[in-house]
Write a protein that binds this ligand. Structure first.
Ligand SMILES: *Cc1c(COP(=O)(O)O)cnc(C)c1O
Length: 419
């Protein structure tokens, strides 16, 4: 079916709505994007077709950690684009090897596997955990323990491991051998392991739940999981797809929690918008992913790896991580201030520059309304469930940009409380 494209004839504002209308005609209906259609970006700012400017505290869902059109990343990408785009994994390539070495040098890991998305990294991590258990123990040691409200991706395995049944139901029989417990409930974990521990091959969690409401894990909880995994020969998998790459003020959040996982997955900000993900692990686990057991056509492609190599150079520095801590304190304090004056949030929680503002009782289920008003005030924000406004500004954002974002947010809040 052909669709008429006469968009350029219209006026700027009408043009934006024409693009949005075209979306509804040509795209499958699984997304419901905002009306604003961005045209270009620079640093912490985005512009739409009509020339309106937005401060971007959404960052493409915690992806654009160095803002838009970062000149060093543009250089890394275009430099590689002129040399070599793609070879597949029947050949290796230098950017992939250099990136692997950087990730290993910066973390607990000895080995790396590259994929293209958070879902794919988690899919690989879970398959690896099942494989390790099968090789070492045989029999029925295949149970995966995950947590309620967790989000691990949208492939059928990862969405089944995720803890929101509304995402995993309605597609026929789910993969078996997956259990869910409440997050941050050590007692429930200890009890459950006593009954089922021998069958467990892996425990997977987000060290701060992102989509589930921006809920940081407690130290006690991750300690308990580490202890149980050690006692019952299960692997501890940290899904740091959203929390990783400096978002918490450490390169990876597990460093702050004082617990070392056996497997860690990282994606989102790893390529700052160029698709790439990685699974990190130690030698004794990695060896089970023997030749032919798993793979990816695009995983570890030279363009993505050249960008991610530059991203890690820029993010993994004391200056950048320090900026995350300082801007986090500034943003938290400003949000607390707004909350007190408008009686808006019960709690502002999160890690570093991943913050969740929990709406008070009178505003239940209205997070998306507040997000839309923020957008109208020139501030892009996110939600995490129906009651939590989520903010994920770039890690290199300036003090004055945070202040500007708070001013725009207050403008939106003043309208929101009168709705
Ligand atoms: C976004 C996200 C994923 C899925 O990543 P995709 O790139 O969308 O596949 C998995 N886990 C967590 C914690 C995430 O935030």
């Amino acid at each position: 079916m052909s669709i008429e494209l006469s968009i350029t004839e219209s006026q700027p504002d009408a043009e934006t709505s024409r693009w949005r209308d075209l979306h509804d005609r040509v795209m499958m209906p699984n997304y419901d994007p905002l009306n604003m259609v961005p045209a270009h970006g620079q640093g912490s700012w985005l512009w739409d077709e009509a020339g309106n400017r937005y401060l971007d505290f959404a960052g493409g869902i915690a992806v654009s950690a160095l803002g838009h059109a970062n000149s060093e990343l543009v250089e890394a990408l275009t430099g590689q684009a002129r040399k070599l785009w793609h070879v597949s994994n029947i050949l290796t390539n230098q950017p992939a090897l250099e990136l692997a070495r950087k990730l290993i040098d910066a973390t607990f890991a000895d080995k790396v596997f590259f994929a293209n998305s958070g879902s794919e990294a988690n899919e690989a991590a879970l398959k690896l955990a099942r494989r390790v258990a099968q090789d070492r123990h045989a029999g029925d040691k295949y149970e995966i323990l995950a947590f309620e409200n967790a989000f691990h991706g949208r492939t059928f395995f990862t969405v089944s491991v995720g803890g929101q049944s509304k995402y995993s139901q309605g597609f026929g029989p789910n993969p078996a051998g997956i259990s869910h417990l409440p997050y941050n409930h050590s007692h429930a974990v200890l009890e459950w392991f006593e009954k089922h521990g021998d069958r467990v091959c892996a425990v997977i969690l987000e060290p701060c739940q992102g989509e589930g409401g921006v809920i940081p894990a407690t130290r006690e909880f991750v300690d308990t999981l580490r202890t149980c995994c050690d006692r019952y020969n299960a692997l501890l998998v940290f899904d740091e797809v959203q929390t990783g790459m400096g978002r918490s003020g450490s390169l990876y959040l597990h460093e702050k929690l004082g617990v070392v996982p056996d497997i860690l997955t990282t994606a989102k900000a790893l390529g700052c918008g160029f698709p790439i993900s990685a699974v990190l692990t130690i030698d004794g686990v990695a060896e089970h992913l023997a030749v032919g057991t798993h793979g990816s056509t695009f995983g570890g492609n030279p363009m993505a790896c050249a960008v991610a190599g530059k991203v890690i150079d820029i993010i993994n520095t004391p200056e950048m991580l320090n900026n995350v801590e300082q801007r986090s304190r500034q943003l938290m304090a400003g949000l607390e201030n707004i909350s007190q004056r408008y009686h808006l949030f019960t709690e502002i929680r999160g890690i570093g520059l991943l913050l969740g503002c929990v709406l008070m009782e009178p505003y239940q289920d209205k997070a998306r309304d507040l997000m839309t008003l923020c957008n109208e005030s020139g501030l892009l924000a996110l939600v995490a469930g129906p009651n939590v406004l989520r903010l994920a500004p770039p890690l290199n954002i300036s003090e004055s940009e945070i202040a500007e974002g708070l001013a725009r947010m207050e403008e939106a809040v003043a309208r929101f409380v009168k709705l």
